[in-house]
Design a protein around this ligand. Sequence first.
Ligand SMILES: [Zn+2]
Length: 207
Amino acid sequence: MFFLFGEQVRIKSLKEGQFNCPVCGVRQPYRRFEEVNYFTIFLLPIAPLSKLADYCQCAVCGSSFVPDNYAEPAYLGGVKRALVYVMMGYNMESHKDTVRELWQKLTASIIDDREIGLEMDRIKASKEDIFSFMKTQAYHLNIHGKQKIIEAAFLMTYASCEIEHRDRLRVNLIGSALGTPLEFVEAVVNRIRASNYYGLKRNLVVS
Ligand SMILES: [Zn+2]
C-alpha cells in the first residue's frame, strides 16, 4: 500500500456583513475569507499546516481589505511599492509621471510626487527586500489584489526597459512572493499585452 501525500489550499468563508466600500462609494455586503494550507492524503485534507491569508472582500467590486480596516483596499500598498521600487531599480526617478499614470490606471485614484518621494525614502531606509515585503502583503490580499500588484510590476518594467530574461524573472518572483503560480503571472502579462499595455508611454533611452 502507498500513500499519496500532498498539500492543498482551502478558502473558507468566515462571516458576512455590510460595510462602506471606498471603491464602490456606497454601502455594500462583504465576506471575510480565510485561506489555509492543508496537509492531504489521497487529496483529502487531514490537518491544517498554516494560515495563508485573512481578508474581507467586497461582494460587488471584489476589492480585498484588512479586516476591520476599510479606509482603503489592501492592494494599494503593494501597487505603490511595486511601481516605485521598479522605477528606482531602473534609475528612472525623473519619471514619477509614469508612476502617477500607472497608479491612476490601476487604482482609479491619484498619487502625488510627495507621496512617491515618501515611498522612495521608505524603500531606501528598509532592510526588507521587495519579495519579503510582498509576502507580508499577501496575507490580506485576494487574487484580484495580487493581480493589480503583478500588473504594476510588469507595466513599470515595460515602461523602463527593453524587457530581457532577468527583468521578466523579477516579475515572476514578485508573483511567487504573493503566492500566485507562474501560470497566473503569465496570464496577467498576456492580458496586458492583448490590451496594448493599457496605452502606456515608455521611457526608453534611445542610443
Ligand atoms: Zn466595493
